[in-house]
Design a protein around this ligand. Structure first.
Ligand code: 6PG
Length: 509
């Protein structure tokens, strides 16, 4: 043990998220030893800390090497990584091994890592140090003043990390489920329920965060579709649409993503004085977590079409040049001319469509986690997961309180749509949802995510689907067999669909 060791936590990686997490930890009384390959990032972090806390602040100590970082830490060492997912995580881990990290030291990966990488890393580093993972949501501001944290891994490591995560996580008013906001450096929120809970064995936290991001993609796409319908279908301006979003944000749709959408739409470009949204290139980027969610849904056979549609919508948007060419060739329907009252009706339909579609996107996300949880033996606690998404994270929304209540009142709930509250909500709003999609379709305005959500709802509530015909087709051409409705489940049948020697298709002359 190094007697000169002064620091509680080592922090590696001081990009946007890392710097803000480190400052948040320091605000909560932890002395931090920090390191980044880019020395200017260390200097920036310390400069900001001194600016916020006075020039004699020694809350954050600069280290120039991995060895120096370890020497600064009280043992056993607790080291947090905020480096890009993939290779950089292993790069840092191998440097820590070279620098002499101990077997009972803990390394926590907080990046947007692929959950299977976390599982492999725990095994790979066993005996060298304890690899623990914590997925973080909340962007830059969340990291600084309270993120939602999804930790998973070794239960012993969790006992050491828990108080740290509870201190820095976003806080929620337990009664209302609303975030207790803070944005003052040096003054962390100390009351309320922290938005962190032990998710399960390593990998589980990053899986849950991955699904959070899949839902985030769907949520964002649904809002964008409502925007496009109001813009192209109704001819409203960005500012008019922002006003509508602000109204929607007073009710069931109250959420961070609606709030920031209104702000984006209100923003004027300083250079051109045009709405900034019209100056932003309409090609969506993606770092991969939404795609991972869709891939995982396909792999485990969990229907998550609204999430997948949101990923495809981003891919389609990126084909800008092709779309511009196609727009000159492919014609849509004539736009109807609507009275103000008719426009108002369409807007109300859209609100309900957005709400119902959002319920379906969350239902898909929770259903996916349920299937994955069973497959991986994780026993995920969905009420707890909904609880820690009520504040700090990007999908924070008032209706996560209703999701919390749904899983609290029935922890075996198979699908959110079957919760009495949500079932009743959709029954109440479904006609307007259907009309909104019909309106958009007739006007030629795309609404892939909204209509996929409605299709999910209509398929899920169908006791009979045309998969019977599909099974017949499979058996016809490939002898793939089928089960019968009047015989025990699992018993397979195959019939000869055409008589030998006879053509399978008869062509009438
Ligand atoms: C969060 C965000 C965060 C990040 C996404 C952006 O929860 O804080 O989801 O993880 O903003 O990775 O992802 P895309 O670049 O794929 O939109």
């Amino acid at each position: 043990m190094n007697n000169s060791a002064q620091c509680d936590i080592g922090f590696i990686g001081l990009g946007v998220m890392g710097k803000n997490l480190a400052l948040n930890l320091a605000d909560n009384g932890y002395r931090i030893a920090c390191f980044d390959l880019d020395k200017t990032k260390i200097d920036d972090t310390i400069k900001q800390d001194k600016l916020e806390n006075g020039s004699d602040s020694e809350r954050i100590v600069a280290c120039r090497s991995y060895t120096e970082l370890l020497a600064q830490l009280k043992a056993p060492h607790l080291i947090i990584l905020s480096v890009p997912a993939g290779g950089p995580v292993d790069h840092v881990c191998s440097h820590l091994i070279d620098a002499g990290i101990d077997a009972d030291d803990i390394v926590v990966d907080t990046g947007n890592s692929l959950w299977t990488d976390s599982v492999e890393r725990e095994a790979k580093y066993k005996g060298k140090f304890i690899f623990f993972s914590t997925a973080v949501s909340g962007g830059e501001v969340g990291a600084r003043f309270g993120p939602s944290l999804m930790p998973s891994g070794d239960p012993y490591a969790w006992t050491r990390i828990e108080p740290v995560w509870q201190a820095i996580a976003a806080k929620v008013d337990a009664k209302t489920g609303k975030p207790i906001e803070s944005s003052t450096p040096g003054k962390p929120v100390t009351e309320g329920e922290p938005c962190t809970t032990y998710i399960g064995p390593v990998g589980a936290g990053h899986y849950v965060k991955m699904v959070h991001n899949g839902i985030e993609y769907a949520d964002m796409q649904l809002i964008c579709e409502a925007y496009q319908m109001m813009r192209d279908g109704l001819g409203l301006t960005p500012v008019e649409i922002a006003k509508i979003f602000r109204e929607w944000n007073q009710g069931e749709l109250d959420s961070y993503l609606i709030e920031i959408s209104a702000e984006v739409l209100e923003k004027v470009d300083e250079e051109t004085q045009q709405p900034l949204v019209d100056m932003i290139m309409d090609k969506a980027g993606q770092k991969g977590t939404g795609l991972w969610t869709a891939v995982s849904a396909l792999q485990v056979g969990s229907p998550a079409q609204t999430i997948a549609q949101a990923v495809f919508a981003r891919s389609l948007s990126s084909l800008k040049n092709e779309r511009v060419q196609a727009s000159k060739v492919l014609k849509g329907p004539e736009m109807p001319s609507l009275s103000d009252a008719e426009k108002q009706d369409v807007i109300e339909n859209l609100r309900d469509a957005l709400y119902c579609s959002k319920i379906c996107a969350y239902a898909q996300g929770f259903q996916l986690m349920d299937i994955a949880s069973k497959e991986q033996n994780w026993t995920l606690d969905f009420a707890e997961i909904a609880k820690i998404w009520r504040a700090g994270c990007i999908i924070r929304a008032v209706f996560l309180q209703s999701i919390t209540q749904a899983y609290e009142s029935d922890e075996t709930l198979t699908n959110l749509l079957l919760d009495p509250f949500f079932a009743e909500q959709i029954t109440k709003y479904q006609m307007r949802w259907r009309k909104a999609i019909a309106d958009a379709t007739l006007m030629g305005v795309p609404c892939a995510a909204m209509s996929s959500a409605l299709n999910y709802y209509d398929s899920y509530r169908s006791d009979i689907l045309p998969a019977s015909l599909l099974q017949g087709q499979r058996d016809y051409f490939g002898a793939h067999t089928f089960e019968r409705t009047d015989k025990p489940a699992g018993k397979k049948f195959h019939i000869e669909w055409s008589q030998p020697g006879q053509p399978q298709i008869k062509i009438k002359k």
